[in-house]
Write a protein that binds this ligand. Structure first.
Ligand code: KIV
Length: 276
């Protein structure tokens, strides 16, 4: 992982929070992907991905569960440590799993584990009004935070399935307000999953921090997808927002490079990947 010496000779310096904020203000789309091990992390980094997330989606794509609920902090630490070994340039974010941030002190303790033992540079948590005090507590301790809004997969059993969020005007208003409050509480990035284009656009325009979308339309500051979905490894039905980048390419590296290019030139997401 990027040592001080290597950094000096690098053509492109490692991405940090300031880089991501500058990309937003310059209007340069941020290309993000998940990864779960050192080999894929190294490939994704070499392809030019700006931000890598060790998502709790690993519970589904690595461990074979139906949801992300069974994932533990130990699981995320293990995979984050492996991913960190493969990185040279990309910014590394690790997910806080289900019930690992149910109060501010527990959140701080687990975030510190992901950073100290895993090597994460930022943690992501599924947030809303109920997590404002947690984000404030983490921010007060200089823990960089990405707040995940919209479809929150850890709440799948409460919301009754993986569904588009914010279609109803009141719910959209609530989400826009929560995004602002999470930013004010200290979130450095907001991630939006499965929301109508218009909600993605309104939140992106009303926040100073970068907004990364997955099924949140073309107007957000960056896109993220699950690596195994774009490489066509995921079996069965994939969500509407997924595009198979492997089908026109002979190697995984070429497929990920095509994803980065499509995010940067705005050709992904196309209307068929979006919600209204
Ligand atoms: O866990 C994950 O991989 C995620 C992304 C889908 C954004 O949260």
């Amino acid at each position: 992982m990027y040592t001080q010496l290597e950094q000096r000779g690098m053509h492109q310096p490692p991405v940090n929070v300031s880089t991501l904020h500058k990309m937003k203000s310059d209007g340069e789309p941020i290309a993000c992907l998940t990864a779960y091990d050192a080999s894929y992390a190294s490939l994704v980094d070499a392809a030019g991905v700006d931000l890598i997330l060790v998502g709790d989606s690993l519970g589904m794509v690595i461990q074979g569960h139906d949801t992300t609920v069974p994932v533990t902090v130990d699981d995320i630490v293990y995979h984050t440590r492996a991913v960190a070994k493969g990185l040279r340039r990309a910014f590394l974010v690790a997910d806080m799993p289900f019930m690992s941030y149910s109060n501010p002190d527990q959140a701080l303790e687990n975030a510190v584990r992901l950073m100290q033992q895993g090597g994460a540079m930022m943690i992501k948590l599924e947030g809303g009004e109920g997590q404002i005090d947690i984000v404030e507590h983490l921010a007060r301790h200089d823990i960089p935070v990405c707040a995940h809004l919209g479809l929150k997969p850890q709440s799948v059993h409460k919301i009754g399935g993986f569904k588009v969020q914010g279609r109803d005007a009141d719910k959209a208003k609530e989400m826009i307000e929560s995004a602002r409050r999470l930013q004010d509480a200290g979130s450095d990035i907001v991630l939006l999953e499965c929301v109508p284009n218009e909600v993605g656009q309104t939140i992106t325009q009303s926040l100073d921090v970068p907004v990364i979308g997955i099924g949140a339309g073309p107007s957000v500051d960056g896109q993220i997808l699950v690596l195994y979905d774009i490489l066509d490894i995921t079996q069965g039905k994939t969500p509407r927002f997924v595009r198979n980048f492997q089908q026109d390419h002979t190697s995984p590296l070429a497929a990920v490079e095509a994803y980065v290019k499509a995010v940067k030139d705005g050709s992904y997401p196309a209307p068929e990947h979006c919600f209204s």
